[in-house]
Ligand binder design. Structure first.
Ligand SMILES: [Zn+2]
Ligand SMILES: [Zn+2]
Ligand SMILES: [Zn+2]
Length: 106
């Protein structure tokens, strides 16, 4: 896995790092699943707007749907203890130096 230093983005593996914002998670679970009564396996957090969606192993794949709907390409894992990030556009997994290691949710 590559590590990205946001202060030196010229070496970045992903060209969308300037879309990253300091976001507040929108929901304790996949907000779209919660709305329709769906179930999810793992959670993903959009780093552009804080949308919480479910992973590609989940039946409804809301994180991917959010990318399709909004064009927000970068998510990070919203699972406790996981610190990897993913860009749907570049299809690259990376870690961000200095980012909080673990987010927790119920
Ligand atoms: Zn990218
Ligand atoms: Zn979902
Ligand atoms: Zn978003």
């Amino acid at each position: 896995m590559r590590t990205v230093d946001l202060g030196h983005t010229e070496a970045a593996v992903c060209s969308h790092l300037d879309t990253i914002r300091s976001v507040t998670p929108s929901s304790p679970g996949c907000e779209d699943c919660l709305r329709i009564g769906g179930r999810w396996i793992h959670l993903r957090l959009c780093m552009c707007c804080g949308h919480v969606g479910c992973c590609d192993d989940s039946p409804n794949r809301h994180a991917r749907a959010h990318w399709s709907a909004t064009g927000h390409p970068i998510i990070r894992s919203y699972e406790p203890g996981e610190s990897w990030w993913w860009c749907y556009e570049d299809q690259v997994i990376f870690e961000v130096e200095g980012a909080p290691k673990a987010l927790s949710h119920p």
